[in-house]
Ligand binder design. Sequence first.
Ligand code: PLP
Length: 421
Amino acid sequence: MNRSAVWHPFTQHAVEPDMPCVARTGGAYLETADGRRILDAISSWWVVTHGHRHPAIVEAIRSTAATLDQIIFAGFTHEPAERLATALTTLAPEELDWVFYSDSGSTSVEVALKMALGYFHNSRAARSRIVVMEHSYHGDTIGTMSVGARGVFNAAYEPLLFEVDTIPFPVAGREQETLDRLEGLVRDRKAAALIVEPLVLGAGGMLMYPAWVLAELKRITEASGTLFIADEVMTGWGRTGTLFACEQAGISPDILCTSKGLTGGSIPLAATLATEAVFRAHYSRDRSRTFFHSSSYTANPIACAAALANIEVWRSEPVMKRIAALSRMQAERAASFRGDRRFADVRCTGTIAAFDLHVESSGYLAEIGPKLRAFFLGRHLLVRPLGNVVYVLPPYCVTADELDQLYDAIDEAASLVEAAA
Ligand code: PLP
């Protein structure tokens, strides 16, 4: 191949080794052009749920493409979008009656923030502050970086980021500090919304907190009329053990963002679900109250058909059973690392397991990250640690033997890290 012209995401090309070229995908595997089969232990950045190229989803894409391609979604509608919206409002937590389509996790969050601001603007209430949780990640656009953790990822863009109020991550045993801080921040009724990743903060290091804290966060926002935005871009579609993580706290957010697993991880699509109240605030004969957001590829019919096929897979196959079995296997294998001095922390929520390795310097840019990635790739495993945090977030078709292979490799990697310390 001649020199590539591709500028890859989150990639420092000056130090990146040659990249495998993936020629085919299937189930839990990526197959490279040079014949390697690589086990996808992170579901290709957390998108693939059932497995790569689920036949029913592939067929829905193929057959829809025969009759529909992109159509303008203002002033027009189409059946896949209509059917999908109905299905989503049935599946999502109660009270989320409206579905606004976009095309990535970041845009679904941008839409959520704009809905929250539009809600108060149109209600003539001077509320525009956003409350966020420490260590959160909500995307890489200017708006979503503003509500995410500040650090090396966004230092260059800091002058453009807007100010937010931050509640501490609810560290085990100190949850009340988080709740008290939120109470304090929403008391003056200046906050428009709290945005959180429910139960698991993904890119922030697979940090986990219990459902009762999520329920308390919702209670506090509700009492002060602050909107509650659940960013379920990563946690949705079964990752935490239930279809949406919010279910475990028995809460229904005012706005919910979903993407990644929405199409089973096959093609891009996102949706922001909102309550009747949020919709009503934009509903008026006064056209200045319109929700002014669109993107060219909004509600792409092929992507909507893929999402409908994904939902049909959830209905017709024992997906919840697979998730329960995978969650059990993860918990059992992770338990074998508990109390092991090579690990600073071992944790699981649903199908996600994460392990912090004891290292001198931690954080995303820790030298250990790329070394571990290379180590795993050498064993034909796609594991992409977040600095010193190694995590396993596989598609639901992964087998017990494949998990054993992964855990053996993590065991070996932890020993090498310890020996090198
Ligand atoms: N929100 C959360 C919780 C995420 O984990 C991500 C991506 O990892 C995003 C938003 C952004 O999604 P996308 O990369 O599709 O823009």
